[in-house]
Design a protein around this ligand. Structure first.
Ligand code: FE
Length: 350
């Protein structure tokens, strides 16, 4: 009888240790990536990583809010090792919800500047974009431009084009103005800009450039990569719109132009943390940065990587070094200010 129990006991030990070894064997041999990016070039980069490292990359695509929600619901059982979003605001949100973890690495320390990553290494910028002023080359003298703040000047009445306040890019821009100029100043900036709107805000960033071509306004505020997309579009009207405008980097004599990043963080319950960090290190390397950023007409975050020819043709610029985590922290306040100044109702709203 005793022998029977001993046999059962030892078989149990054997089976458990076998499954544990099996689990160890698969650990860090693959990673699961929750991503909001959707470029063909990303796929090629992931394949290259698979070949070089022997680590398989599983990709789950959806928009950032859906991915964050999925991670929340899945909790400890989540298969996610990494989260990629296209703005810092949502990475800050994921961190605040406790969905990310510290991923300290000497390589990342070296490859990614401090203001482009989380202070606790919960997330890292991968590509950088600037939110710039574009102007009608035929009507505007760039010497008349200077700062975001100066766009509230009376001379730009009925000339400014910009999308609605529901968009995170505008929320982050206003958050940066709150951080730099204070709440009161930021509010009067927003209401002053509304007074200079050429029309009620609508469309995406590209639509503002098309509206300049159509003569609806003279100045737009857009992310740089959208201009890259227009100029390289298959649609001849988009190419024409892209070429009709010049790029102006605002605030060069003070804090610098507002920037944002697409970025990545290691999931709190990542089953393959070690491999996940290796993957971020790979994406931050000079060679991969050049492909990864250029694919979407963005700037690399690694200072040793070079930008594309098109981006170089717009010239170099001084960027606002405000820690990007601030954008997430001030997001709610920015949304409230937009509401208070009735941004989305446009000029002359009752
Ligand atoms: Fe975008």
């Amino acid at each position: 009888m005793l022998n029977k129990y001993l046999l059962i006991f030892f078989s149990f030990i054997l089976i458990t240790s076998c499954t544990n070894t099996k689990k160890k064997e698969t650990e860090n041999k693959e990673i699961t990536l929750y991503t909001h990016r959707h470029y063909d070039s990303d796929k090629l980069i992931f394949e290259k990583f698979e070949k070089e490292s022997g680590i398989k990359v599983n990709v789950v695509k959806a928009n950032a809010d859906e991915l964050i929600q999925k991670m929340e619901i899945e909790g400890e059982k989540s298969r996610a090792d990494l989260l990629i979003t296209v703005d810092a605001g949502r990475l800050v949100r994921a961190k605040q919800k406790g969905l990310l973890q510290n991923a300290t690495s000497e390589i990342l320390e070296k490859n990614i500047p401090n203001h482009l990553k989380d202070e606790d290494n919960n997330w890292f910028g991968l590509t950088k974009r600037a939110r710039v002023i574009v102007y009608d080359k035929n009507k505007v003298n760039p010497e008349d431009l200077s700062t975001y703040e100066a766009l509230t000047d009376n001379k730009w009445k009925k000339k400014i084009l910009i999308r609605t306040s529901t968009n995170i890019y505008n929320q982050s821009l206003l958050a940066s103005i709150i951080a730099n100029d204070g709440s009161e100043e930021a509010k009067s900036w927003a209401s002053g800009l509304v007074e200079n709107f050429a029309r009620k805000p609508k469309g995406n960033d590209r639509d503002q450039v098309k509206a300049i071509l159509a003569g609806e306004g003279e100045i737009g505020i857009i992310n740089t990569y959208y201009l890259g997309k227009l100029i390289n579009s298959k649609d001849s009207l988009e190419v024409k719109a892209g070429n009709a405008v010049g790029v102006f980097f605002p605030n060069q004599n003070n804090r610098g132009t507002h920037i944002n990043v697409s970025g990545i963080g290691v999931a709190k319950y990542a089953p393959n943390k070690e491999a996940a960090i290796k993957f971020i290190e790979y994406l931050s390397s000079k060679e991969v940065q050049e492909i990864f950023a250029n694919a979407n007409y963005e700037y690399p975050v690694n200072p040793n990587a070079s930008s594309s020819e098109l981006l170089n043709s717009w010239g170099t610029f001084k960027e606002d070094k405000l820690p990007l985590s601030k954008l997430g922290e001030l997001n709610k306040e920015a949304v409230i200010v937009f509401d208070e100044v009735a941004w989305d109702k446009g000029p002359n709203a009752e």
